[in-house]
Design a protein around this ligand. Structure first.
Ligand SMILES: [Zn+2]
Length: 287
């Protein structure tokens, strides 16, 4: 630098640049400050579900007859569980244990795939902090809950064996979003059959405050549709309505009354789950 004035200007500019970089660094490392807002500002497209005008021939079925067929999966993975839809009386969760975490058997491979994808892309491994809960365990949580946010007995998805709370090292709860792993889980979980069940800005619908760590398994194609279109599970069920068939990719979907169960002729694979609102959700693969 030739003159004193120029050196001063340079030092000032350098200080400002460093301050700006530090500010950005601090903000970026606190994903819980900005990530929910960025997510809620996204413009979501309409759900990728095309109504079928012509379904072709329909065949009536009894659920008991379908349950004996090898290409049919009956599960409870689409149960709506919230304060107004408690688990059915006598509900027994179907569970498999993986690394000490109990979850529905259909969830295991998908959880491993999600965890490994997150680790591959961010270098950070995620872990399960809460899995299936017995009624006794839920009662204990309820008794210890000081702010009253814990779900009432029978109203927790953890009791259904369909939810996992996850964390990254040193980043649990809301701080899960401080980790790039937490933010990535929130972006891609739909590809692995999981949804962020209690999204930011949808508290009035779900009745639960934002929980970026609570993953609910609903399977495909539902998870991908909901995560892409920003719908909560409550909104998704409302969108499906009653008796309307939709096409999405290779799947056909319909929400039906159990007593009026009818499948489109020529189906190759079928998955049926009750949704805990009096309906069955039917997913067909035709080829
Ligand atoms: Zn949870």
């Amino acid at each position: 630098m030739k003159c004193k004035k120029c050196r001063k200007r340079f030092a000032l500019a350098l200080t400002v640049c460093i301050l700006i970089a530090v500010c950005f660094g601090v903000i970026f490392s606190h994903g819980e400050w900005w990530f929910p807002t960025v997510q809620s500002l996204r413009v979501y497209p309409a759900p990728r579900l095309t109504p079928l005008i012509e379904t072709g021939a329909l065949e009536r079925w009894e659920l008991s007859a379908l349950s004996r067929m090898p290409n049919v999966t009956l599960s409870n993975t689409l149960l709506l569980v919230n304060s107004t839809h408690p688990l059915p009386k006598g509900y027994e969760a179907l569970l498999e244990e993986y690394n000490g975490a109990r979850m529905h058997p259909l969830m295991v491979a998908q959880y491993i795939a999600l965890r490994d994808a997150v680790q591959e892309k961010t270098g950070v491994r995620i872990y399960v902090s809460s899995d299936y809960r017995t009624a006794e365990e839920q009662m204990q949580i309820l008794a210890q809950s000081q702010d009253g946010i814990a779900a009432q007995l029978g109203c927790s998805e953890h009791e259904a064996g369909l939810a996992l709370d996850v964390y990254a090292p040193y980043c649990a709860g809301e701080e899960f979003l401080r980790s790039p792993a937490g933010r990535l889980v929130n972006r891609i979980c739909g590809e692995y059959g999981y949804i962020i069940r209690y999204p930011h800005g949808k508290e009035e619908i779900t009745g639960i405050s934002y929980e970026p760590w609570h993953l609910r398994y609903v399977g495909q194609p539902h998870a991908q549709i909901m995560m892409e279109s920003g719908l909560t599970y409550e909104e998704y069920l409302e969108f499906l309505g009653e008796g309307q068939w939709y096409r999405t990719g290779d799947y056909l979907i319909c929400r039906q009354r159990p007593e009026e169960l009818a499948l489109i002729y020529g189906w190759k694979e079928c998955h049926i789950s009750p949704d805990n609102t009096g309906y069955l959700i039917v997913i067909l693969k035709m080829a």
